[in-house]
Design a protein around this ligand. Structure first.
Ligand code: GLV
Length: 326
């Protein structure tokens, strides 16, 4: 695509850059492994037609006011809460995303965190490093089992469905879910049952969060929610840290309101090393690596590029958040 300039805001997998170059785009890639400062992001974006960005870039009203000339914003992520989509839509800028590429990788992360929390794995791994493995202890380091337990999925989209399949297949777990609209196809496939939020909280042994972050999900897992959960419950979040209130979660774990937690996302990110959650036995935390597999990240980079290429070729994008502007 002659003369079209694409700004890549981070160091992304080569698969995306290669596709863009082969299609004739003029590609500039930010070469530091950290987010651009907002002023640099705006300055650079002003010189480009397309933004190839990700969840650490703040594409807010202010940015869009300065960069309303952009033809397209193509996001390397399934979540796009860092982008003011309403404003982009008002300005006629299509926003692309990568929903199909990281489903398995993220469901694996949720499943791994569940297992890790249920058997205190991260905590016990750390205890070996600290020289505390002395002898076999019959009545210590006890976790809890997941077989035949009830899984509550909050947000039954692609990733939630894959997490449910893993839990059903491995542990014959009964599946409850709460989401915007009941999903009869998933009910058939998983034997899942739609329940209201209250029922999800008080009947699930495990709650796994897979919703997107928006005004209706921000902070919903707060003190009132944790108070309604079972004392043996494990809370897993691989979506966005802002869906839970971290102070309330810490308090719920400390007071035994719930049993454990597995978090791939925190609030804020990065989590600081002295965060009390990191020293709790029944808590497993990862640094937002849900989609971090070679396979998923390569596919995401390719889709991010394909969204751009198809936009210029046919005014179509395979994965677009605001199709009304096309
Ligand atoms: C990761 O968090 C994503 O939204 O892709």
């Amino acid at each position: 695509m002659q003369n079209k300039k694409v700004l890549l805001t981070r160091i992304f997998p080569e698969s995306g850059i290669k596709s863009l170059k082969e299609a004739g785009f003029d590609v500039t890639a930010w070469d530091k492994d950290r987010p651009m400062k907002q002023d640099d992001l705006i300055d650079q974006a002003k010189k480009h037609d397309v933004l190839f960005c990700t969840l650490t870039d703040q594409i807010d009203k202010e940015f869009l006011k300065e960069c309303s000339h952009l033809d397209i914003i193509s996001q390397f992520a399934v979540g796009y809460d860092n982008i003011d989509v309403a404003e982009a839509t008002r300005l006629g800028i299509p926003v692309g995303f990568t929903p199909d590429d990281l489903t398995d990788a993220t469901a694996d992360t949720a499943f791994g965190l569940l297992l890790a929390a249920s058997r205190k794995m991260f905590y016990l791994h750390k205890s070996i490093i600290e020289g505390k493995w002395e002898y076999f202890r019959p009545n210590a380091n006890l976790g809890i089992e997941l077989k035949n337990q009830t899984l509550g999925i909050f947000g039954l989209g692609r990733i939630g469905i894959e997490m449910a399949k893993r839990c059903k297949g491995a542990y014959n777990m009964k599946i409850l879910y709460h989401t915007r609209k009941p999903k009869p196809e998933a009910e058939k496939e998983l034997g899942a049952k739609y329940v209201d939020f209250e029922t999800l909280l008080n009947q699930s042994d495990v709650i796994s969060v897979h919703c997107s972050l928006n005004d209706s999900t921000r902070g919903v897992f707060n003190k009132a929610a944790f108070d309604k959960m079972k004392p043996n419950a494990i809370f897993v979040n691989t979506s966005r840290g802002q869906v839970h209130n971290e102070t309330d979660l810490t308090e719920a774990l400390n007071s035994g309101k719930i049993w454990g937690a597995g978090l791939d996302v925190t609030n804020p990110e990065p989590m600081q090393p002295d965060n009390p959650l990191l020293s709790m036995e029944n808590v497993a935390v990862l640094p937002h690596i849900g989609s971090a597999t070679v396979e998923a990240r390569n596919k995401m980079a390719k889709t991010t590029a394909t969204n751009i290429i198809e936009f210029y070729k046919n005014k179509k994008m395979p994965y677009v958040v605001n199709p009304e502007v096309l």
